[in-house]
Design a protein around this ligand. Structure first.
Ligand SMILES: C[S@@+](CC[C@H](N)C(=O)[O-])C[C@H]1O[C@@H](n2cnc3c(N)ncnc32)[C@H](O)[C@@H]1O
Length: 279
């Protein structure tokens, strides 16, 4: 990677972006994100030149991005006046892929160093604001308009936060908005507990700080928050239909290992306004 000045969890944006960039080269891509290819080349001009440089094993992360996009598009079709809070956005080009109508106000949030990189590698947009802040310093919420439906998307972020911070974030968002949808992904408890030995995370000098065997429990953060459903990742029909044959075979085998099929869970919650009597 170029000398980008990124540290720890910030560096984890790179393997996800690389997977999205490589997906765009498939004859029939899952996400088809040309911005990912451009941003990845900017971040690391040699990203595809090293050993395993063009391996498509990262495609499960692309499936995760597609699941978040599909849920987001459905929510925005029903709520064209929404505010989108895309938290821990990294260099993901979701706002460009979804290209919402001008009635939607989109906020991309990540650490200031990442926001700087976004300004270098991604073009400006209307109705789009970058916030350079840790998501855990909740004063950033004061910069966002209230009183409208909210769509919260946190892709690949929750494992880097403590459970206390995740719960505080969810509670604050539900308290701040009348109605909304929250989309997150979480890792299993075993993946969290063993993360200090994970070679990729070790390379970046980071680890996971929380994990859930049943992420639906996060709905108990707030009486208005409800668990809705889950999208598949490592065994998703899209992965099995579109990944190259060697990648499909590898995932079929990996999915036989206990815990691996559901090592990451992509889940959706929603909340609505309550009346005076609490219903
Ligand atoms: C695995 S990357 C995912 C990036 C992007 N969501 C994607 O899917 O391409 C994790 C991202 O979370 C961000 N992140 C981790 N902890 C954060 C925090 N406390 N506040 C803001 N961003 C955070 C990192 O900087 C990084 O960009």
């Amino acid at each position: 990677m170029n000398d980008t000045g990124l540290v720890g969890a910030q560096k984890t944006l790179s393997p996800v972006l690389r997977a999205k960039a490589l997906d765009n080269r498939l004859p029939d891509p899952i996400l088809g994100d040309r911005y990912a290819e451009e941003a990845m080349r900017g971040l690391d001009p040699d990203y595809d030149k090293r050993r395993f440089g063009t391996s498509q094993m990262g495609l499960a992360a692309v499936v995760r991005a597609k699941a978040h996009d599909d849920w987001a598009r459905a929510f925005l079709a029903e709520h064209p006046d929404a505010v989108v809070l895309h938290l821990g956005c990294g260099l993901d080009a979701r706002a460009y892929r979804i290209d919402p109508p001008p009635t939607v106000d989109w906020y991309d949030l990540d650490y200031p160093a990442i926001v700087e990189l976004r300004r270098r590698f991604l073009p400006p947009r209307e109705h789009y604001t970058l916030i350079g802040s840790s998501v855990t310093d909740l004063t950033w919420l004061d910069r966002v308009p209230r009183g409208r439906p909210v769509l919260v998307i946190a892709e690949g972020l929750v494992p880097y936060l403590t459970e206390t911070d995740v719960r505080r974030l969810l509670t604050s968002v539900v308290d701040a908005f009348p109605t909304g949808q929250v989309q997150v992904d979480t890792v299993a408890v075993w993946a969290w507990r063993t993360s200090k030995w994970d070679p990729t995370l070790r390379k970046y000098g980071t680890r996971f700080h929380c994990g859930f065997d049943d992420p639906a429990v996060l709905a108990d953060c707030h009486p208005r928050l409800e668990y809705v459903d889950e999208a598949p990742m490592n065994d998703s029909p899209e992965l099995m239909a579109k990944a190259p044959a060697n990648v499909r075979r590898a995932y079929r085998l990996l999915n036989l290992l206990p815990g691996l099929r559901r090592s990451t869970r992509i889940v959706r919650f929603r909340f609505i306004e309550t009346t005076v009597d609490g219903h």
